[in-house]
Design a protein around this ligand. Structure first.
Ligand code: GLC
Length: 429
């Protein structure tokens, strides 16, 4: 069976975002930003206060950093040396879920079990030392309502997490109680930050001209330094929870996909761009081409990456991946189309992410010119997905024209850990 060319062209069309549409999305993003600064209720951006600004670069000392934001949990002991320098003294990591063995993120787990597991990992990081005093910075990568740097209440789980008893709670209280249960009273959690904030802090610790921090991975979200966040105070980083941005042009398949997801109506931008969802969206489109609409083949964004990387004439890798997942053997001509489909989704993803960056850049520019800056980004899609980076750059220049010359993106690898340590250092002021 060969693919229907018209159907294929229509699908690609549905996933294509024109320059004009992109400009509109960026403008709407800026509009929601401004709305959110006045009244977050009115905006599709949550605009969550972080109660932290930029580091001075002079932060020093030894801290614990807890990185809790995906299935892989990490605890690091980090020594900050100042001026962008640091040493990782110890690093321990464990998944929160091992298929068929244990699962602390599913609906059948409890908050207590989850945090006891985290406390055990902290214990490993301090190597059983229950006397030396440590401040702990906690990168908690979910939407949280903060009243100060310590006090962050989980608003709602995202990324398909479902552990009961955490939503609505102060996460550091849950952590403190778990540490206490295990006699680890020498470790004091003092700061909670979102992973986007961690990326921004880590990048700004190393170099100037950083105002925007973003995660482009399993999930997607961005924060920025807002000069007028809390009228009386100094500039503060706001976690936009931009994955929840709504003013988009979802395709027919995006709408179907959202309806069938864990939390319909939520995280609309994230569902169109991030690694957690892109593979499934791709699978839905492919199922239509294979005349099996509704089938879920379990494609991941890593499959998409491998498909796009196959530049050979016979597309053997694409044919193999499709056969493995769908049980169907396709011809080379169809494999070309499969590759084009994967590319179209990645290109769209990068363009939409860029539109949100541009919305922020316009906000930072006010009536004037865009400030010179490096947008700090961390995450597997940004780092590893073919076509992502180049399409961000392309879309930046499409939207910013000449001004794009003062803006670029930098990879802030592992910023979640370093950022948490910096936040712990900053909590001492
Ligand atoms: C999800 C979370 C957000 C986080 C992002 C990246 O969108 O809601 O808080 O920053 O994933 O991990």
């Amino acid at each position: 069976m060969a693919f229907n060319k018209e159907q294929f062209a229509n699908l690609i069309g549905e996933f294509t975002v024109s320059t004009e549409q992109l400009r509109e999305i960026a403008a709407d993003f800026r509009y929601d930003l401004r709305l959110g600064l006045k009244d977050p209720e009115q905006s599709s951006l949550r605009m969550l206060k972080s109660y932290v600004g930029l580091p001075t670069g002079k932060e020093t000392g030894e801290y614990l950093a807890l990185d809790f934001g995906g299935t892989n949990l990490r605890v690091l002991r980090i020594k900050l040396l100042g001026e962008g320098k640091f040493e990782v003294l110890k690093k321990v990591a464990k998944p929160l879920k091992v298929e068929g063995v244990y699962d602390f993120i599913g609906a059948d787990s409890t908050a207590e079990e989850m945090f006891d597991f985290i406390a055990e990992l902290v214990d490993e990081a301090v190597e059983g030392d229950h006397t030396t005093k440590y401040l702990l910075g906690h990168t908690f990568s979910f939407p949280s309502e903060q009243t100060d740097l310590y006090n962050a209440k989980l608003i709602i789980w995202t990324k398909e997490f479902a552990t009961p008893g955490v939503e609505g709670k102060v996460v550091n209280d849950l952590l403190k109680e778990a540490l206490h249960r295990q006699g680890i009273d020498n470790v004091e959690p003092t700061a909670v930050i979102n992973d986007t904030v961690a990326v921004l802090l880590a990048a700004a610790y190393k170099q100037p001209d950083i105002y925007i921090g973003s995660i482009y991975a399993t999930g997607h979200n961005t924060c920025y330094l807002e000069p007028y966040a809390d009228s009386a105070d100094a500039p503060m980083i706001l976690n936009l929870e931009s994955g929840g941005f709504m003013k988009l042009v979802p395709s027919r398949l995006d709408i179907e996909f959202d309806k069938a997801s864990e939390k319909p109506g939520e995280q609309r931008l994230e569902k169109m761009v991030s690694g957690r969802y892109m593979g499934e969206l791709f699978g839905m489109a492919l199922a239509e081409l294979l005349d099996e609409k509704g089938k879920n083949y379990g494609f991941t964004s890593i499959d998409m990456s491998n498909i796009i990387l196959d530049e050979t004439a016979d597309k053997a890798e694409v044919v193999k991946i499709v056969a493995d997942k769908t049980g169907k053997t396709i011809e080379t001509a169809d494999a070309e189309m499969v590759r084009d489909l994967a590319s179209a989704l990645v290109v769209r993803s990068a363009r939409l992410v860029t539109a949100s960056f541009v919305g922020i850049i316009w906000q930072l520019a006010g009536e004037g010119k865009a400030p010179k800056q490096h947008i700090a980004v961390d995450g597997s899609v940004y780092e590893k997905m073919p076509l992502a980076k180049e399409n961000i750059m392309r879309a930046l220049s499409e939207l910013l024209g000449e001004e794009a010359s003062v803006v670029d993106t930098v990879l802030e690898n592992g910023g979640s850990g370093l950022g948490a340590a910096i936040a712990a250092a900053m909590s001492q002021k």
